[in-house]
Ligand binder design. Sequence first.
Ligand code: MOS
Length: 729
Amino acid sequence: MKFDTPATTNPIDQLKVIGKPTDRVDGPLKTTGTAPYAYERHDVAPDAAYGYVVGAGIAKGRIASMDLAAARAAPGVLAIVTARNAGKLGKGDFNTAKLLGGPEIDHYHQAVALVVANTFEQARAAAQLLRIEYTRSQGRFDLAAEKDAAQMPKPNEFSGPPETKAGDFAGAYAAAPVQLDATYTTPDESHAMMEPHASVAAWKGDKLTVWTSNQMIAWGVGDVAKTLGIPKANVRLVSPFIGGGFGGKLFVRADAMLAALGARAARRPVKVALQRPLMMNNTTHRPATIQRIRIGAASDGKITAIAHEGWSGDLPGGQAETAVNQTRLLYAGANRLTATRLAVLDLPEGNAMRAPGEAPGMMALEIAMDEMAEKLGLDPVEFRVRNDTQVDPEKPERPYSQRKLIECMRTGAERFEWSKRNARPGQQREGRWLVGMGVAAAFRNNLLTKSAARVHLDNRGVVTVETDMTDIGTGTYTIIAQTAAETMGVPLQKVLVRLGDSAFPVSAGSGGQWGANNSTSGVYAACMKLREAVVKKLGIAPGDAEFSEGMVRAGDRVVPLAEAAGTNGLAAEDGIEYGDLDKKYQQSTFGAHFVEVGVDAATGEIRVRRMLAVCAAGRILNPKSARSQVIGAMTMGVGAALMEDLALDKRHGFFVNHDLAAYEVPVHADIPHQDVIFLDETDPISSPMKAKGVGELGMCGVAAAVANAVYNATGIRVREYPVTLDKLL
Ligand code: MOS
């Protein structure tokens, strides 16, 4: 199904199933522990051996020697895979450093060996017996030190151009009566998902199956095939349940690749989970940024000049954190400049983490907006409202498909009782607590990408949906079931959803908050084709048929779907493909975050007291799972504001706090009250579903709202995240 004109009325608009706060269809499996995660697939490989990954002990240099003898002789050891004995390996499209390093070492904890043994304990014990000598070379680990050598990055599919300009920024900024020039920093961060990267690999002849934990099945198949040098047709990836991804599982990592190599070497299925202390340095992370923002405004509060420059680092050949991109779009102003620069760093690989670009970019921009509002003597809500734009400010001929930022701000201000905030910081005291409120806009783009599905109707009237789409904890199973139920006119209980298998049609996958809108649109397309098959079989003129309550009705005829399906059932496969509507219209999601904090006047301890998010993100397919997404995202935003920080050892080039004991994230008890409001919105430009994403929107801006609340409470402006108590004393 080609989607290239705005959506008109369609079966989804019935809203009998879609738009309802439905419980997760996979909830019982999750809560009873019967949803099998990759490492638990004893059923598919009862004879699996265990692999233990050995990570490099240096950040940059070479392996001088590797003595495997003692490990080989250890009890239960079946094979040891290293770059020397693994045969020729290619490199996938989505990783910068090799997933199996040696003799060159690109980053700390890069995998250099997999020890395979009969039991996990034997593999782990033998791994300690490897004798590896390294020759270290000088690495570059400090972004601030490398900043001036940073270069313009090569654009990729998601990054946009490295630089944009409109009007005359320098002239307008110099002439502006009110100016801000401030620099903000965000630290390296880790996805820190609950389920580690884990895989079970099994070969049958030259065919490989990997049960794994992965957000983007088709990308993974491609990268496994490329790395191993085998045809894609010989690779199957299966990932039906995923315990969190956050971008860390967009790409296959060392667990999958080494499990495949280990299984080949040991001639047995092999299981590999990345041990937690390896993950922060072995896999990808959100790279640190330095961001300079300049804003010039007239005394009426209208922005006349805005510039955002961002610096980040990555391995040679790597990519930039595009932290300036939202500044191209979010606020009006005729004179503009944005630029992204990339430094070479020999740190673990930087890559996407929840809302890459916008998440750290909004952390800086939305503090800058707060600072600027104060300079102008304007309420920060009012300042943002005054600088709203309904068109892409760099390309004014492109309108937004929907943009309800002002409504989000106003609704939130009212519901949060923003009017009670004292504009003068450090004024409100409750016992030992200094109390403050902060606000920030939320912004994240809505990305369109094709997505396909296969549907089958059987003689019990059950609709089965198959697509390689993933559910990373987001609720995909449920919204896909709702989509099929709505389109086919059957109750939710009559839909079976099967996900995360490369044997199924290729979907959008889970990333960039594009999963919900695109994957359900693909399922909708397949279901519409199935409806065609049904009416054709019954000899009904298309357009005359109505699908509801498990029946097809046309005139006086009422046929149960089960009967229409016949003994062999009916099947259809289709997908959604997009024309250029997203070139004509800017498609983004909007929101407003409100936060109240208390700061201990003596110790500087910061406590979030309540939070509210108001989101405008197209049709909300399931207000319950969408709310959970936003609540989770707000929580992650609090982590970014107050806690998360991969502590970098700048001498040796590694993240020191590489486990969940030392890498802190918020827990429930850290945030006593969170609420979410969705504005009633549909976006006919986004898809036939008229939906968008919320999973990343819910995070963008949160950290700045927290930092702004801390400022309002204390009068101390922290521009270096995380906002920890030492910075307030
Ligand atoms: Mo997201 S960082 O694109 O999984």
